[in-house]
Design a protein around this ligand. Structure first.
Ligand SMILES: Nc1ncnc2c1ncn2[C@@H]1O[C@H](COP(=O)(O)OP(=O)(O)OP(=O)(O)O)[C@@H](O)[C@H]1O
Ligand SMILES: [Mg+2]
Length: 358
C-alpha cells in the first residue's frame, strides 16, 4: 500500500484561470499508508474530483501527486493499481461470482491454481463463499457491492482502495451491516483507504480521519473526536454533529462575553480579542439542565421538544437565538416555559468571522 501525497494539486475542469472557481483549490497533503480517510462535504465540493485525481481518471490542472514519493502525476490509471468502488456496483453480468472476483487476476496472467486460492480467500472475507458459482446478476445490491470491493482487494499489488459513496444504492436496513462488513474486511490490512460520503455518521464510524470539504477547499482534517470537540469554523461545527453546534451571538467587553445579561465564561481566551461582537459555540450534547445558580447557569425559555427516540432535543430561546440541548431518554424533560441551563465553560468556544478564535 502506498503513502499518497498531493503537492499543490489543484483542478479546474474548464481550465479557468480564476482559482476562485476551481473544482479543487490547490492543496498539499498526505494520506498515510494503512489508514482510512473519509472525504465529506456537500454535493459539488470536490470529493469525487480528489478521488479521480488519485486514481488518474482526472489529470490535475496543476501540481504533483506521488505514491510512496514516486511521481505518478502522468501515470495512467491502469498502472496506478488503485482499487475503485463506485456508487453503483460494477459487475460483469455474464460471469459468475467466482469469475467476477477472478477477473483482475486472469487479466494479470495468474495461474489457475493461484487464482482459486486467492479468490477463495477473498470470497471468505466478503462472506460470499457459498455463492461463488451463482450468476452475479442474481445477487442483491449489497452483495454486488461486496463483489466490487472483493475484485479490488483480490490483487496483491493494490496501492489504495478508493470508494465513492459505495452505500448510496443500498437499502437503509442493509447499509449498517454492509458498512460494518467493509470496515471489518479492511481492518488490520495495510490498505490506504479513501472513502467519499455525504453522510457524517457513515464517515465517523468508518474512518480514522475525516477530511471536511467546502467549495473545493479542504477546510479541516481530523479524527471524529477532533472535529466534534474542536471545529475550526462555523461550517465544520454545523456540518459535523446532529443537531449542529449551537452558535450564540455575544457581546464582548474587556475580554468577557455577555449574552442576554449573563456573563459567559469560555474555554477560549478572549482577552486579546478586539471585536465587540462574537459568537459562542457549544455542542447540544454539552448543554445541561440545571436548577439553581452558578458559573454559566442561565435562564432560557423551553419552546419545543423534538423526540428522536433514544434522545430528546430541547429547543430553548436564549438571547437573540435558540440553544438546543440534547438529553438522554432517561431524563424527564421539563415542561415548556422557563428552564435553567448550564453551559460548561470548558465546552464553550469563541468564534468570530466564521472561524474559531485562536
Ligand atoms: N467532468 C466535469 N466537467 C465539468 N465540471 C465538473 C465535472 N465533474 C465535476 N465538475 C464540477 O466540479 C465541482 C466538483 O465536483 P465533484 O464531482 O468533485 O463534487 P462532489 O463533492 O463529488 O459532489 P457529489 O457529492 O454531488 O458527488 C462541481 O462544481 C462539479 O459541477
Ligand atoms: Mg461525487
Amino acid at each position: 500500500m502506498a503513502k499518497i501525497t498531493f503537492n499543490d494539486i489543484g483542478h479546474s475542469y474548464d481550465k479557468n484561470p480564476n482559482q476562485e472557481n476551481w473544482a479543487l483549490k490547490p492543496i498539499s497533503m498526505t494520506w498515510e499508508s494503512g489508514k482510512s480517510y473519509a472525504l465529506v462535504g456537500p454535493s459539488g465540493c470536490g470529493k469525487t474530483t480528489i478521488l479521480n485525481i488519485i486514481s488518474g481518471i482526472v489529470n490535475p490542472h496543476q501540481g504533483q501527486i506521488t505514491f510512496d514519493d514516486v511521481d505518478v502525476t502522468k501515470v495512467p490509471t491502469v498502472k496506478r493499481n488503485v482499487a475503485l468502488v463506485f456508487q453503483f456496483p460494477t459487475i460483469y453480468k455474464s460471469m459468475t461470482v467466482k469469475e467476477n472476483l477472478a477477473f483482475p487476476l486472469v487479466c494479470r496472467g495468474w495461474k489457475a491454481d493461484a487464482i482459486n486460492v486467492r479468490v477463495g480467500e477473498v470470497a471468505e472475507q466478503i462472506g460470499i463463499s457459498h455463492k461463488l458459482d451463482r450468476s452475479a446478476t442474481k445477487l442483491g445490491a449489497d452483495e454486488k457491492q461486496l463483489i466490487s470491493l472483493g475484485r479490488g482487494l483480490v490483487r496483491d499489488d493494490v496501492t489504495a482502495l478508493l470508494m465513492d459513496e459505495p452505500l448510496t444504492v443500498i437499502d437503509p436496513q442493509l447499509k449498517f451491516e454492509l458498512r460494518k462488513k467493509i470496515k471489518q474486511i479492511i481492518q488490520g490490512k495495510d490498505i490506504t483507504v479513501v472513502y467519499v460520503t455525504h453522510d457524517q455518521y457513515e464517515a465517523m464510524t468508518f474512518a480514522d480521519e475525516l477530511l471536511v470539504m467546502e467549495l473545493g477547499n479542504l477546510v479541516q482534517r481530523g479524527t471524529p473526536e477532533e472535529l466534534f470537540e474542536n471545529p475550526i469554523s462555523n461550517y465544520v461545527g454545523n456540518f459535523i454533529g446532529s443537531p449542529a453546534m449551537n452558535f450564540i451571538k455575544a457581546d464582548l467587553s474587556n475580554g468577557l462575553a455577555e449574552v442576554g445579561g449573563y456573563k459567559i465564561a469560555t474555554s477560549t481566551n478572549l482577552s486579546k480579542v478586539t471585536d465587540k461582537k462574537i459568537q459562542l459555540g457549544i455542542r447540544p450534547e454539552y448543554v445541561e439542565l440545571h436548577s439553581g445558580s452558578g458559573e454559566n447557569v442561565i435562564s432560557a425559555e423551553l419552546i419545543g421538544i423534538d423526540d428522536l427516540g433514544s434522545t430528546r432535543i430541547l429547543n430553548c430561546r436564549f438571547g437573540e437565538g435558540i440553544i438546543k440541548a440534547k438529553i438522554p431518554r432517561s431524563t424527564t424533560p421539563p415542561p415548556l416555559g422557563k428552564v435553567g441551563l448550564r453551559l460548561p465553560k470548558e465546552k464553550v468556544i469563541g468564534f468570530k468571522g466564521g472561524f474559531q478564535i485562536r
